[in-house]
Design a protein around this ligand. Sequence first.
Ligand code: NDP
Ligand code: GUE
Ligand code: MG
Length: 296
Amino acid sequence: MPAQLISGREIAATIRSDLAERVARLKADTGRVPGLATVLVGEDPASQSYVRMKNSAAKEAGIHSEQITLPADTPEAELLGLVAGLNANPDIHGILVQLPLPGQIDEQKVLEAIDPAKDVDGFHPVNVGKLSTGATDVLAPCTPWGVIQMLLRTGNSPRGKHCVVVGRSNIVGRPMASLLLRRGEGGDATVTVAHSRTPDLGAITRQADILIVAVGRPDTVTADMVRPGAVVIDVGVNRVDAPDTDRGYRLVGDVDFDGVREVASWITPVPGGVGPMTITMLLSNTVDAFERSLER
Ligand SMILES: NC(=O)C1=CN([C@@H]2O[C@H](COP(=O)(O)OP(=O)(O)OC[C@H]3O[C@@H](n4cnc5c(N)ncnc54)[C@H](OP(=O)(O)O)[C@@H]3O)[C@@H](O)[C@H]2O)C=CC1
Ligand SMILES: Nc1nc(=O)c2c([nH]1)NC[C@@H]1CN(c3ccc(C(=O)N[C@@H](CCC(=O)O)C(=O)O)cc3)C=[N+]21
Ligand SMILES: [Mg+2]
């Protein structure tokens, strides 16, 4: 029997409608709404489309959303000044600076300039540190946080399971491992992290009850690398040439979907899997940041 599909699109729609209700209630109670600022430097088409999707999803949930686009040659000091202004802006509760940034800008410096209370990406070292020491009252990075929600909402709690994460980036692999290791709901897993220097990847991935792949290369995981009955989460989003399509490309994940769906128990598709959840968790973090600002 082929694997059941984990539809990120459907789970995201459910969470977004809950968020819209939460925002409406907050507005009725306080007369204010959460505000999100997205900052894009340059004109990379993929980044432009992600930022557009984030803004339109925010607006649909009733979140005030401002998109700031700067030219690719923007000096670092100017971006830091913009971030300082957003930190001081009482109508903005979440700040997202789309990565990657152009070469003249030190990414780490920019991430450190964001007020940790407005860091809805969860990339500020204070939030990274809190998460990796097990804090639960922290804004968690959207992609891995979305993966946790997908697991919980399909009855695939990571508690007590062996979770193998392939990839050790700061935006996906590492925070994924931190979340899975946390005590409590959504965590309590036994975690292995693999990467490009892992000699026999298949020997590791075959041990996984839950396999999470965030590499950025199509077909990194094939059916022979998956234990029968495993849950497979494909974070990868890769554009591959497809001259017969309108856009000229199609999206594939890091997992050989057609092969792996024959051995896995559950699998996420690309598109329509983790991607929509990432955007939804950004909205969720923005509403959380707004609520916390009311408590201060
Ligand atoms: N759906 C979503 O919302 C999101 C999707 N993505 C997608 O997820 C993928 C990963 O993104 P990101 O983490 O930023 O990528 P990075 O390039 O930052 O990290 C990739 C990781 O994969 C490892 N790796 C590379 N090749 C191999 C290999 N052959 N075997 C095992 N490990 C390997 C690298 O190892 P090493 O550290 O040794 O170099 C690195 O740790 C991309 O396709 C990206 O587009 C990213 C963010 C959000
Ligand atoms: N500061 C920062 N925060 C991020 O969260 C961040 C970032 N920088 N840089 C780039 C990555 C990538 N990322 C994605 C978000 C949504 C989809 C997504 O919704 N994908 C759709 C398809 C989209 C399409 O059609 O192109 C899907 O998989 O179904 C994908 C990828 C967030 N990132
Ligand atoms: Mg750079």
